[in-house]
Structures are given as structure tokens and as C-alpha cells.
Design a protein around this ligand. Structure first.
Ligand SMILES: [Cu+2]
Length: 354
């Protein structure tokens, strides 16, 4: 962890605040309650678990009904080892206190030596309250089902490289452009990474074309285009990647062993040997933030139909974002997109003129 002055960053403190209070308690009836949870920590990831006075899990009385962008298709149980929420991720939860006895504690069981695990306490009033509520089986239609999958021209490639790359203390975000065969330099080379795409078996070569906030924009998207964003981490800490303007659908999370040379700043051999990491149930909902772990490639799909103009995407660890892991992208109206041969610039409907 790099230090600025005497502070280590990313900074994490020992206590967790809930609505501005350390270790609050909430008196609840023996009934179902809905909680809308957002992780607003600057850097800390939470693994939320509900336990009773003896420390036994009470996660079974919790159902997740929503994510970052709205209701899930169906209520889902919490993952067996707790709900991981990275900075900016949201969870809409229903907790049925009618099915428990005595006080419960919400704890953070994430591996974190500096952490006091208690988050808050629930004190359940005696007697079953009049609660006739019932969770519906079907909550929403879920994320848009996109029939027309994007082609090569609708892909955005972003590399996440570990601390130390190029002598830089912090992890970096690299915007990548794919190189044609005749453009590939002798390898390995600084700023060049290779990936063997498991979907095609083809080795693809990319060059870093932008990294810092003020570097020239390289991601242009045609309004209403469906674009696949590929976040590939070549090592380092996990990054909750957040894209403005859209709710996306997570397509895949793949794990690999990166052969990335930090001193050089490039791959020594193509990223390969990917294994699919099964998505959690809640990851099938509408998301605008998702964790990309070290040695993971996460693909997400979104339609950029909401608006045109300049927007941001970034790591949502504030200390990373402030050290450069934030970049603009531009969504063009169709009248301009037709002149821009860039990722996402091909409208799926033929251009019909103004
Ligand atoms: Cu980050």
C-alpha cells in the first residue's frame, strides 16, 4: 500500500458507520423489513453476514430482491458465505425478523486484520407482529435481453495493471486498442498486452492508448448501440468498476494466471487458461458496478440508449479513482457516429438521415 504523508492509501478505518453512527441498533417488530443497502466506504469491501447471539448464521431469513439498478427477476438467497458489497454496489434486502428469536448482529466477515467486524444490531420485539406480507415469486423482467450480440466493432477493452507498473505506486487503468498483425511490435514490449480469447482461440494484441484522466478520449459509442466492455486485470487489488449512464448485464467472469511483467509494463506471454467463475445469483440483475479481481476478465453488456455526451467510468475505490483510475467516454448521436469508425460506432439500425 503506498503512503501519502503518514496516511496509507487506500485508507480503511477500524469501525463501520451505518447512517453516520458506529454500532447502531434498530428495534424491529417480528416482521419482514426491507433494507436498501449501499456501500459508501471509500475503499472497504464488506462480506455481510447476519448472526444470532451465539454467532450462528441467520442468513436464511434474508432474501435479496434488488441490485444497483432495480429489482431482480426473483428473490434470491444470500451467497452461502455472505454478501460481498464493494464500494458503490447496492443491495435491496428483505429480512424476516418473524423467523428469528433474540437479537441479531450484522457483521462484516471480510478478511481484514484492521477491522472490527460488528456493523449493527437488530433487537426484535417480542410477539409475532401482524405481518401478512409475502414476497412475490417474480419481481421484474430483469436486465434487457439483447438478441443482437455486439460484433468486434462494439467492444471496449480496458486493462487494469498492478501497482509498480512503470514505476507508478498505484494500480492503473489502461484503455486498450487492438493492434492489427502488421502493427504488433517485437514482444514483450512496454504498454502491450496479449490475450488469447477463449471464445475464438485467437491471440489478440492490445496497446495502451490512454490512461490518465486528461488523455485523449478513445472510447466513442453510437447512441443506442449495444457494447461489450471487457475489463481485464493483469494483477493487483480488486477494482469495483463503475460505468456511468447505463445499467449493464454481466456476461462472464473468467480467471487466469497473468504473466505480466511489472518492471516492463507488458505481458510476457498471452493471458490464457481461462476458467469461468460462476456468477452469483444477484449478479444476474441490473448492475452498474462490478468487481474485477486480480487475474480476472469480466465482460459486461449494455445498451447506451439513455443519452448522448461525455460520461465517466472508473474504479469506485475513491483512492484509486483519485489516483487516475477514471476516464471519460463519449456517446455520439447517430449524425456524428456515422463518421466515427470507433468501438460502438456502428448503429444497429441503418442510418436514415435526420
Ligand atoms: Cu481500484
Amino acid at each position: 500500500m503506498p503512503a501519502i504523508g503518514t496516511a496509507m492509501i487506500p485508507f480503511t478505518g477500524p469501525f463501520t458507520l451505518v447512517n453516520g453512527m458506529i454500532w447502531p441498533h434498530l428495534e424491529v417488530d417480528a416482521a419482514a423489513y426491507r433494507f436498501r443497502v449501499v456501500n459508501t466506504s471509500n475503499a472497504r469491501f464488506y462480506r455481510l453476514n447476519l448472526i444470532d447471539a451465539d454467532g450462528a448464521s441467520e442468513n436464511a431469513v434474508v432474501r435479496q430482491i434488488g441490485t444497483d439498478g432495480g429489482l431482480l427477476p426473483r428473490p434470491v438467497p444470500l451467497p452461502a458465505d455472505g454478501l460481498v458489497l464493494a464500494p458503490a454496489e447496492r443491495a435491496d434486502l428483505v429480512v424476516d425478523f418473524g423467523r428469528v428469536r433474540g437479537p441479531l448482529r450484522l457483521t462484516n466477515t471480510a478478511a481484514d486484520a484492521a477491522l472490527e467486524p460488528d456493523v449493527m444490531q437488530f433487537r426484535v420485539r417480542g410477539g409475532r407482529a401482524q405481518d401478512t406480507s409475502r414476497l412475490p415469486d417474480v419481481l421484474s423482467a430483469g436486465p434487457e435481453r439483447i438478441a443482437h450480440l455486439p460484433g468486434e466493432h462494439d467492444q471496449v477493452w480496458v486493462g487494469l495493471v498492478p501497482p509498480g507498473t512503470g514505476g507508478e505506486a498505484h494500480p492503473q487503468l489502461w484503455e486498450l486498442r487492438e493492434l492489427a498483425a502488421h502493427e504488433v511490435p517485437p514482444l514483450p514490449a512496454a504498454g502491450v498486452v496479449q490475450v488469447t480469447d477463449p471464445r475464438t482461440g485467437r491471440t489478440r494484441t492490445f496497446r495502451q492508448v490512454a490512461s490518465l484522466f486528461d488523455d485523449t478520449v478513445s472510447v466513442f459509442i453510437a447512441h443506442d448501440a449495444v457494447v461489450e466492455w471487457n475489463f481485464i486485470s493483469f494483477g493487483g487489488p480488486p477494482h469495483p468498476m463503475h460505468v456511468h449512464l447505463v445499467q449493464f448485464r454481466i456476461q462472464a467472469r473468467r480467471r487466469f494466471t497473468a504473466d505480466f511483467d511489472v518492471a516492463l509494463g507488458g505481458t510476457r506471454s498471452p493471458a490464457d487458461g481461462f476458467t469461468d467463475v460462476p456468477l452469483e445469483d444477484f449478479e444476474r440483475g441490473r448492475k452498474d458496478t462490478t468487481v474485477v479481481g486480480g487475474g480476472e476478465w469480466v465482460s459486461v453488456l449494455a445498451r447506451f440508449g439513455a443519452s448522448t455526451g461525455q460520461f465517466m467510468y472508473h474504479c469506485h475505490i475513491l483512492d484509486h479513482e483519485d489516483e487516475g483510475m477514471m476516464r471519460p467516454f463519449v456517446v455520439h448521436p447517430p449524425e456524428i457516429a456515422r463518421f466515427h469508425p470507433h468501438p460502438g460506432s456502428h448503429p444497429h439500425e441503418p442510418y436514415r438521415g435526420a
